[in-house]
Design a protein around this ligand. Structure first.
Ligand code: CMP
Length: 237
């Protein structure tokens, strides 16, 4: 790994040349195929990873094999830092969803960096605070919203993110703008909102009848984002 490449990793911004050179010596790069497991919940943990390119999902699995997706993490985000901070086994399984390249650091080198680079420590704490908020929101939604409402909320947030990234598909039947394409399976949606695939399927059918979306294979077209928003707004009133 070259110093010049490391300089462009957002989490490492502000490190001195000496710190970057140290990292270039000690960090390793890894490539993961789509669906490849990076590590499993319960494994001992001795490395933290920074995603250089790609996407992983953070999942936790019940004994019966049901999967709950805690988060998707992409370019510039890190994972595996928790075990290096509390010395406990991996809190979740990490699985690549696309071809993914990461940079890994061993515990001693990570701890050294945290002590020597306060800006990096602050960035990491900020990311952990955001995750804690998001996880709190998941708990709140599980307690106060039903499956249809949780699904509508998730779809609104995914569609909003897609709009921000500019991933819209023109030429739909919607009168007031393009449809928003989401590439996601019903099983993934179920795992993201803590529901069964069957109940997600039922709610999607109801949203389709109301004209809010169209259901395709491995994808959804959001046709009426405001309609979906109204489901969430009514639930939160
Ligand atoms: P670690 O416990 O070492 O291994 C699993 C990793 O998944 C964990 O570190 C975090 O980096 C990440 N992780 C765990 N829980 C969440 C969550 N709720 N949101 C995002 N990432 C998480």
């Amino acid at each position: 790994m070259f110093v010049e490449q490391l300089r462009h990793v957002p989490l490492l911004r502000g490190l001195t040349d000496v710190q970057l050179a140290d990292l270039a010596r000690t960090a390793r790069t890894h490539r993961f195929e789509p669906d490849q497991i990076v590590f499993l919940q319960g494994d001992p943990g001795d490395t933290v990873h920074i995603i250089l390119r790609g996407q992983v999902k953070v999942v936790t699995t019940s004994r019966a094999g049901h999967e709950a997706i805690l988060a998707f993490l992409a370019d510039g985000e890190s994972f595996g830092e928790m075990s290096l901070l509390d010395d406990l086994p991996r809190s979740a399984t990490i699985q690549a969803t696309t071809m993914t390249t990461t940079l890994s650091l061993r515990k001693v080198d990570f701890h050294k960096l945290l002590r020597e680079a306060p800006d990096l420590s602050l960035r990491l704490l900020r990311a952990l605070a955001r995750r804690l908020r998001e996880t709190g929101m998941l708990v709140q939604d599980a307690a106060f919203l039903d499956v249809g409402e949780r699904l509508a909320k998730k779809l609104v947030s995914m569609a909003t993110e897609a709009i921000e990234l500019g991933v819209t598909v023109p030429g739909s039947t919607r009168v007031s703008g393009p449809a928003i394409e989401l590439r996601v399976t019903q099983q993934d949606l179920a795992s993201m909102i803590g529901a069964t695939r069957e109940s997600v399927n039922k709610s999607l059918a109801s949203f389709r009848t109301r004209g809010y979306l169209a259901v395709g294979r491995h994808r959804l077209s959001i046709l009426d984002l405001d309609g979906l928003r109204s489901v969430v707004d009514r639930a939160l009133d």
